[in-house]
Design a protein around this ligand. Sequence first.
Ligand SMILES: Nc1ncnc2c1ncn2[C@@H]1O[C@H](COP(=O)(O)OP(=O)(O)OP(=O)(O)O)[C@@H](O)[C@H]1O
Ligand SMILES: [Mg+2]
Length: 248
Amino acid sequence: MSNQKAVIGNMPELPYSVEEAINGLRINVGFLGNDIKKIMIISTMPDEGKSFVAIQLWRQMAESGTPSILVDADLRKSVTTEKYGIKVEKGKIIGTSYYLSSEYPLEKAILHTDLEFGDIMPNTKNVVNPSRLIEGKRFDDMLDELAAKYRYVFIDTPPLNLVSDGERIGNRCDGAILVVRGGTTSKTMVRNSIQQLKRADCPLLGIVLNRVEGARSGYYYKKYGGKYYGRYGGKYGKYYSDRYYFKK
Ligand SMILES: Nc1ncnc2c1ncn2[C@@H]1O[C@H](COP(=O)(O)OP(=O)(O)OP(=O)(O)O)[C@@H](O)[C@H]1O
Ligand SMILES: [Mg+2]
């Protein structure tokens, strides 16, 4: 069964500082150990930057020569395919939700990209209630098969505060990276998310402080604590920076 070839038409070029921040994140993920393969990218609220962090981390990991797949498990309102201009040369994209409700072999749903070590499984058909798909054995089997095939399986998800998909997916992953949008998500909300991950038995691998505008004060550093590895962001529309606090 040959994999389809996809083109990502719209991958934005990032300012040097953001590229560097993601690079730092990639390196820290590499230090997490060999057992950490299935990594969920999650946040508390919508719009904090999960999909952004997921696709950029996946891209850099693949560019560094590490076989990685990005799985879109936001089965409710994913916009990644349109936003990043993901297209296949021939035929149609099967997509995560359709794959899960079908009997297609996994190979058919995996797309190769221009990146030699980067494959993707986008989601094309959004569904209203995907719980059944996420809870099913086919979802577990899919993650296991992917983890056997790739060094990293990055899983993009819906936010924790709206639906329980994230908890369910987290329960089947080796850990989660929590994306926190600077200045909008309160400490209490972040704490709740950490509790939710604990309840789901999903180790918190690290926190990415994302979309920080003019964050040179170090305020967020104090607020959330933890170890600081990131760098200041450059100009990307508004001022964004990505910093992260990683365990280990
Ligand atoms: N560090 C960043 N630098 C520049 N743009 C960013 C950054 N993080 C996020 N964005 C932009 O902010 C918007 C929201 O990000 P994204 O779609 O990744 O959020 P999300 O958490 O996946 O949202 P949803 O919950 O709706 O899935 C997007 O337009 C994205 O390109
Ligand atoms: Mg998203």
